[in-house]
Ligand binder design. Structure first.
Ligand SMILES: Nc1ncnc2c1ncn2[C@@H]1O[C@H](COP(=O)(O)OP(=O)(O)OP(=O)(O)O)[C@@H](O)[C@H]1O
Length: 557
């Protein structure tokens, strides 16, 4: 219930569209009920008039029937238009709302989620939240308003028929949806979790195609997916059964209600306390009144899934970011020397220290080389500077300003990173460069590419700057991808440079070109160079070695 109320609160921003959609829904149903009831009355009345049993004024009812038919058609069109607009607005509001809360969690708090599962939450789970408005809230409110109007009108003609209709509507509109919700809740929750898991596993499989083929493990992997699919199909079968049972029960109740309404009103017509044509009107009115509630059992059956999706979204949204932003940001630093004073970092309370009592100073425009075995804590130094993680002890200052008093975005705006796995997006070289500076001109890009030592190669490509780099830059060689990343750093022109194994995985020739490009990039920037290749450290004055998070020895090269 708490999740449902929280979901309702999220519907806020586009409430006008939603309310208009509901009112139009009421107009459509009331017009439809009115049209059928009036038509029934009119046809029966005309029949009796033809037999000379009744005098009837037909001009007004005929005009009203036309008016109701037009209102129904026009209302339906407008209702679809408005409810879709409301839904799309709602979806876009929800996506922005979610993204704003997701961003501060990256990368620290998102690492426990698998990429495919995260994608599933961002896309499918958010998408399914529109059910709340489109399939639950709007039809429920519409049903309530229509029921009041229809029963109010029917009660004036026959209290007994109104009572029968009330009972039928309560069963189909309240009891059945509740039963369907209870029956579908568990399987819905399981289906949402299973779909997320499947997406994550399939994303993993697609990424690991090459390995699976090389090791001949494709069949084993796909059989795992098949088992999960079989489970999902069983859940879907159960959901369909619940929906079919609810649909069948609703149909039965509709007919039974109409029969009951006739049973109580026909004796009144026989006793001449009710005009004959009213019987036809009552029958059709009762039948049509179920239009207002017929969608509810199916909608409430799906509500279990929607709530499960909402819970998965709230789970992420409620996560505390790893780094708390300062309430008020300090004045920006004027210089960019970096000081670590007795800094200690632990990624998790249960884990060992990744950095312990680390102190160093890099003068503005100077460089520090950090060496160390794998897992010794080198990358963690960069993680702290980028404000991806919070350190538990000590102090880090940039230009004399404690970085805890600067926002994460501000700190990241001061830094450019080139790592072994710097990500290139699956788009053109031009677009990959624009990430660093969206307004960069072609001339600026070319200058950055020249400084990175790759301009001639880009020019020689048939599409030049518009060459697509492929997924993770796979259409470029390792050295070229690294140099495009360096060009991006030139364009960003940040005062701090974090180089994390920038030449790792390159052959001697590429390494030489990349080191030269980095030499140009380092000019005038405060540089933290993480490497275990002495070649890359050749012109770095200050070098230290980390072991298990502590500074082992300092040396000058
Ligand atoms: N995001 C993280 N979550 C939890 N633990 C982490 C995380 N990143 C690093 N660690 C742990 O912190 C320690 C230091 O890791 P770090 O990546 O800083 O070492 P490194 O010297 O850069 O290693 P490598 O050379 O292999 O990249 C390791 O024990 C590692 O398992």
């Amino acid at each position: 219930m708490r999740d449902f109320l929280r979901l309702l609160r999220l519907l806020g921003p586009s409430w006008r569209w939603q309310a208009t959609g509901i009112l139009l829904g009421v107009l459509v149903i009331v017009s439809n009920v009115g049209l059928l009831a009036l038509s029934g009355w009119f046809i029966a009345g005309m029949g009796l008039a033809g037999l000379g049993l009744l005098r009837i004024e037909y001009f007004l009812p005929a005009a009203a029937i036309r008016a109701l038919a037009i209102a129904r058609a026009l209302g339906r069109y407008l209702e679809r238009l408005v409810t879709h607009e409301a839904t799309f607005r709602l979806l876009s509001d929800l996506r922005v709302w979610f993204y704003i809360r997701l961003e501060p969690l990256a990368p620290a708090r998102l690492q426990r989620h698998r990429a495919g599962d995260l994608l599933s939450r961002i896309r499918a789970d958010i998408d399914s939240l529109d059910n709340v408005y489109l399939r639950v809230l709007a039809p429920s409110v519409t049903a309530l308003l229509c029921t009041v109007l229809i029963l109010g009108f029917l009660a004036r003609i026959s209290t007994g028929a109104a009572l029968a209709d009330f009972l039928g509507l309560a069963l189909v509109g309240l009891a059945l949806p509740l039963a369907a919700f209870r029956a579908g809740r568990r399987s819905g929750r399981q289906a949402v979790a299973l779909r997320g898991q499947l997406r994550a596993e399939i994303a993993d499989t697609v990424r690991g195609f090459e390995e699976l083929q090389v090791f001949g493990a494709m069949e084993r992997q796909t059989s795992r997916h098949e088992a999960a699919y079989a489970q999902l199909t069983a859940l879907q079968r159960r959901e369909t059964l619940v929906e079919a049972a609810a649909g069948g029960a609703a149909l039965f109740l509709v007919q039974a209600t109409m029969l009951a309404a006739l049973v109580v009103s026909i004796p009144l017509a026989m006793a001449r306390t009710l005009p004959g044509p009213d019987i036809a009107m009552i029958a059709l009115l009762v039948l049509a009144s179920f239009d207002a509630v017929s969608g509810l059992p199916g909608a409430y059956r799906a509500l279990g899934q929607t709530l499960a999706a909402a819970r998965r979204i709230f789970e992420i949204v409620d996560t505390e970011p790893a780094v708390r932003e300062p309430a008020q940001e300090a004045a920006p630093p004027t210089g960019f020397d970096i000081t670590f004073r007795h800094v200690s970092l632990r990624y998790d309370d249960a884990e060992a220290w990744a950095l312990r009592d680390v102190s160093f100073h890099i003068p503005a425009g100077g460089a520090l080389g950090v060496m160390g075995t794998t897992g010794s804590g080198k990358t963690s130094l960069g993680n702290l500077l980028l404000r991806f993680w919070e350190f538990q002890e000590g102090e880090i200052l940039v230009g004399g300003v404690p970085i805890r008093t600067l926002s994460g975005d501000t700190m990241r705006s001061y830094c450019a990173v080139i790592a072994q796995q710097t990500h290139l997006f699956n788009t053109s070289i031009r677009e990959n460069l624009r990430i660093a500076r969206p307004a960069a001109t072609a001339a600026e890009m070319e200058r950055a590419l020249r400084d990175a030592g790759i301009l001639d190669e880009v020019r020689a490509m048939p599409q030049g700057l518009d060459t697509m780099v492929g997924e993770m830059g796979t259409r470029l060689s390792g050295g070229q991808a690294r140099r495009v990343a360096i060009a991006r750093a030139f364009l960003k022109d940040a005062p701090i440079l974090i180089l994390d194994e920038p030449t790792e995985g390159l052959d001697a020739f590429s390494e030489h070109i990349v080191i030269n490009a980095l030499g140009r990039l380092k000019q005038g920037r405060t540089t933290l160079l993480i490497t275990h290749r002495s070649q890359a450290l050749r012109d770095i004055a200050q070098v230290f070695e980390l072991e298990r998070g502590t500074v082992l020895c300092r040396s000058k090269t």
